[in-house]
Structures are given as structure tokens and as C-alpha cells.
Design a binder for this molecule. Structure first.
Ligand code: ADP
Ligand code: MG
Length: 259
């Protein structure tokens, strides 16, 4: 399709269409999400926001290709998602997602070589450059146990970004950090985004974090998760202004309104 001459909006990078996901347990069928639809475009910082148990992680795992959908379809670049792939890298909340017997550099390099993305010197150069981007140049040769929680999360982010995926999937990556480190990591993520304009799908249950990190925010209702609304966030220079307070209270009302 020639988008330049026709002016047609380009197809979304990632499309989630009418997705229902259920878990079968020995004594129950649990509906985690019901008929969820949204589109993520290139360079979006797209947020899934909702209370604990509304199916955010479930959705992210299905997009990652780790979980089948019961109903609906997930496509990336117009191809159905059927299995995990290096086009969708995941960053988790837990601090133990790194290989403990490998250094920071080895952890990032290993992701590149094991996936066949790059080999040898190229993998090393790419790994070093992303470790520098997250401010850990001095810790290339440190092992995970020598790092703080925030530093480990930076390595996990560097590893995900080094793969240069179509979309980076982040599941509450800062939720286990103290408030100050969390704020710092949010600002760093925005700086990284300014630098490379990567597409990120970010899960959080914090309204404040959603507004700070996101360009678009999808609100999900409590269990089972259904789309309540999709909103634009505010520009970073409006953080701390009345616009932020307004949006926070609007989202708060929508999330806690009876349904
Ligand atoms: P969130 O990430 O928004 O907190 P989850 O996606 O983890 O929510 O869970 C959504 C719902 O699905 C919850 O009710 C949870 O108990 C249920 N659930 C999640 N994983 C499983 C599983 N492996 N087996 C059965 N139920 C599950
Ligand atoms: Mg979760």
C-alpha cells in the first residue's frame, strides 16, 4: 500500500482484536480478559492500566506468544502471533530475570547470540552500546548479585532493547523498586525513548506511572478485564501541572465507577 500518495493511515504495528483469554483449572474456567481490542502504532508508549487481577499480564503474555487466546486475534505487522519471537521482547517486574552466572555484558550479548540476531564482535558492540545507554558502562563485567534492583532492571531493559524488537513488552518493570528509584527509571525510560523512539507496551496498575510513561492509555475494568476507555496521556512538559491532576482524577473516576 502506498501510504504517501493515498494518505491512508498505516496499518498498526500490533493489533489486538476481540481477545478473550480463559484459564482452565481443575475446578473452574477463569475468564481473565474479555473481548479486548486495541491498536499499537510505531513509537507509541502504550499503557495497559487496571487493578491487580484484571488480566494485564495475561494479555502481555499472549502478545508475547506464551499463551493462546480463547477468542479473537493478535497480529503483529499483519501476521498472527503464534509463538514467542525476537520481534517481541519482554521485561518483567522480578529482579531475577538475568542469568546469575553471567556478567552484565554476557547477559546482554548472550541474548543476541543465542537468538541468532548477531554474532561475535557485532553482538559485543551492540551489547556495549545498549549497556552504555542505560548508564551501566562501569558495570559491564559485574555479576547480577553485585547490582541493586534498579541496576538489574536497567540490564533487563538494555537486553530487551539490544534485540531491537518491533515492540518492547514491559510488565510492571518498576513496581518492585523504591519510589525514588522508580521515578528515576521512568525518566530514564523517557530519555531512552527520545533517543531511539522504540515502541513499548507497558503494564502498570499505577495511574501516576501510566500518565508519566505513556502516550496512550488503555483502561481495563476489574476481573474479567474489559476495555473501559482509551485515552491520550499528556505531554511530559505538562507533568506536575493541573492537566496531570485533571487526567488522574478522570482516570480514577472511570476505574472506580460502578460498571
Ligand atoms: P494482572 O496482571 O492484571 O494482575 P493477571 O493477568 O495476572 O492479572 O490475572 C488475571 C486473572 O487470571 C486473575 O483473576 C488471575 O487469578 C487469573 N490467572 C492468572 N494466571 C492464571 C493461571 N495460570 N491459572 C488460572 N488463573 C490464572
Ligand atoms: Mg500482572
Amino acid at each position: 500500500m502506498d501510504t504517501l500518495s493515498t494518505g491512508v493511515t498505516p496499518a498498526p504495528l500490533l493489533r489486538v482484536e476481540g481477545v478473550t483469554i480463559q484459564y482452565k483449572t481443575p475446578d473452574a474456567l477463569i475468564t481473565a480478559t474479555r473481548r479486548v481490542s486495541f491498536d499499537v502504532h510505531n513509537s507509541d508508549r502504550f499503557i495497559l492500566l487496571g487493578p491487580s487481577g484484571c488480566g494485564k499480564s495475561t494479555l502481555l503474555k499472549a502478545i508475547g506468544g506464551y499463551l493462546p487466546v480463547t477468542e479473537g486475534e493478535i497480529t503483529i505487522k499483519d501476521r498472527p502471533v503464534a509463538e514467542p519471537g525476537p520481534d517481541r521482547m519482554m521485561v518483567f517486574q522480578e529482579f531475577d530475570q538475568l542469568l546469575p552466572w553471567k556478567t552484565v555484558l554476557e547477559n546482554v550479548r548472550f541474548a543476541l547470540t543465542a537468538s541468532g540476531r548477531l554474532s561475535g564482535a557485532e553482538a559485543r558492540d551492540r551489547a556495549e552500546s545498549y549497556i552504555e545507554k542505560v548508564g551501566l558502562a562501569r558495570f559491564m563485567n559485574s555479576y547480577p548479585h553485585m547490582l541493586s534492583g534498579g541496576m538489574k532492571q536497567r540490564v533487563a531493559i538494555a537486553r530487551g532493547m539490544a534485540m531491537e524488537p518491533d515492540v518492547l513488552l514491559m510488565d510492571e518493570p518498576f513496581a518492585a523498586l523504591d519510589a525514588l528509584t522508580r521515578r528515576k527509571m521512568q525518566d530514564e525510560l523517557l530519555r531512552l525513548w527520545d533517543d531511539t523512539k522504540f515502541t513499548v507496551l507497558f503494564v502498570t496498575h499505577s495511574i501516576e506511572e501510566a500518565i508519566r510513561v505513556g502516550t496512550r492509555i488503555l483502561l481495563l475494568s476489574p476481573h474479567p478485564g474489559e476495555v473501559k476507555a482509551e485515552l491520550n496521556s499528556i505531554a511530559p512538559d505538562q507533568l506536575g501541572t493541573a492537566r496531570q491532576a485533571e487526567l488522574e482524577s478522570r482516570i480514577n473516576d472511570m476505574l472506580f465507577a460502578s460498571h
